[in-house]
Design a protein around this ligand. Structure first.
Ligand code: GDP
Ligand code: IMO
Ligand code: MG
Length: 420
């Protein structure tokens, strides 16, 4: 059976930490979409690690980690990541497997990403500039390069063909660039990757499932950044929802068992796009400071706001969430009140579904306000010990969403996790 961990908001919900906590129960951890736009942080023994492409089970030597076909890989970033993991004493040559069918991010994909964002000006998506959208465009346009291509004799020829197309695009954007600056590192990284286990991951994974092994699929980004159901066009270019697991790993839907849906006790977003509960005041600043809300990949300050139940319920519905996990609960200590948005007012009408014109509608969030709490939650080990006001807030979320909470995270470390 395969269980899934994914984000229910706009990313950065703490997926890396939760995957690391859950990994001892699994034989395999597999990423199914996204690429180095992701930044998944985990912390143990007083050390913080950030992973972009490598699954968050990598620090458990006996766990098999798979980068699935649905992922897009930048060899340069992956090489750097692998070297960092190696420096901490883990050898990914033993427990990392890469799908032959995963698409490659070329240096020109990153340039096209930058050119396209610059061209959009104030309408930019706020992309991480990691080349994600151009790479998925080539995949869908059937002109992409895949990891398996690197060991074929005509790889350079295929590369040159792709680059020729990208150069035309860059010229159309009138973008100045120096490709020669980027190519040596790319080809060096491609050579480096050849020492890793590059496999038909769909066969490998299905055989493991056949043997009764337990697999955890790790999502990147979040449901509200999904290409189909997110706040389009302010989204990423892959299916971040449970449906993405089937196409991103090559597993059948009936193999999927639990779906762990992760949400922060409040909301954040990096990049452009709608955010109804966003706070543009000192309370938002306090959330950013207490939650240390700066991007793990780009270092950009994250936008902050209160929890939004209409989008949370939408995400739970789309993913078939079975287990709810709340992270960053500790960050809400010290606020006089904790509001939660339970519906929107759109031109005088109370709306609880996500409207098609979510980006442009004059949305006013309608809040229910809870009394705040001041206790430090970071050392609490059981649900019973949590402050009553915090529990009232959590109970309301459970009632509204219609699911019980199974895990509450009260700090970035593995140990700061309460199983309810
Ligand atoms: P991901 O992309 O979903 O894996 O999340 P990120 O790693 O980008 O962002 C989550 C940030 O919050 C990281 O810096 C984590 O170390 C941190 N974090 C995770 N869970 C908690 C928690 O419960 N409390 C606090 N204070 N920090 C947390
Ligand atoms: P993790 O896995 C938060 C956002 C970008 C931008 C939009 C499109 O760490 O949760 P892209 O580079 O994909 O073309 O950017 O999506 N974005 C993320 N925001 N967490 C992420 O990943 C993100 N990956 C992309 O900020 O708004
Ligand atoms: Mg992140």
């Amino acid at each position: 059976m395969i269980d899934v961990v994914l984000g229910l908001q706009w990313g950065d919900e703490g997926k890396g930490k939760i995957v690391d906590v859950l990994t001892p129960k699994y034989d395999v951890v597999a990423r199914f979409q996204g690429g180095p736009n992701a930044g998944h942080s985990l912390e143990f023994n007083g050390q913080k690690h950030v992973l972009n492409t490598i699954p968050s089970g990598i620090f458990h030597q006996h766990t098999i980690n798979i980068i699935g076909n649905g992922v897009v890989i930048d060899p340069v970033t992956l090489k750097k990541e692998i070297e960092k993991v190696m420096a901490s004493g883990v050898d990914p040559r033993k427990n990392l497997y890469i799908s032959q069918k995963a698409h490659l991010i070329l240096p020109t994909h990153r340039l096209v990403d930058a050119a396209s964002e610059a061209h959009k000006g104030e309408h930019k998506i706020g992309s991480t500039l990691r080349g994600i959208s151009p790479t998925y465009q080539d995949k869908i346009g059937r002109s992409g390069l895949r990891v398996g291509d690197i060991i074929t004799p005509n790889f350079t020829q295929k590369y040159e063909q792709a680059v020729a197309n990208h150069k035309q695009l860059l010229d159309r954007f009138n973008f100045t660039y120096n490709l020669a600056e980027h190519e040596p590192a790319f080809f060096e990284a491609v050579e480096f990757l050849k020492q890793f286990q590059i496999i038909s991951s769909e066969y490998f994974l299905n055989e493991l499932l056949q043997q009764g092994k337990k697999v955890l699929a790790e999502g990147a980004q979040g449901t509200l950044l999904d290409i189909d159901f997110g706040t389009y066009p302010f989204v990423t270019s892959s299916n971040t929802i449970t449906g993405g697991v089937c196409s991103g790993l090559g597993v059948a839907p009936q193999k999927i068992n639990k779906v762990y849906g992760i949400f922060k006790a409040y909301c954040t977003r990096v990049g452009s796009g709608p955010f109804p509960t966003e706070l543009h005041n000192e309370v938002g600043e306090q959330l950013r400071k207490q939650g240390f809300e700066f991007g793990a990949t780009t270092g950009r300050p994250r936008r902050t706001g209160w929890l939004d139940l209409p989008t949370l319920k939408y995400s739970v519905m789309l993913n078939g969430v079975t287990d709810l996990i709340c992270t960053k609960s500790d960050v809400l200590s010290g606020f006089e009140t904790v509001p939660v948005c339970d519906a929107y007012d759109i031109e005088g009408e109370r709306i609880s579904d996500i409207p098609f014109n979510f980006n442009d509608a004059p949305i006013k969030p309608l809040f229910k306000t809870f009394k705040g709490w001041h206790e430090d939650l970071t050392q609490i080990k059981t649900y019973q010990q949590l402050p009553e006001s915090f529990k009232a807030y959590m109970t309301y979320i459970e009632e509204q969403v219609g699911l019980p909470l199974s895990v509450i995270s009260v700090g970035p470390d593995r140990e700061q996790t309460i199983i309810k």
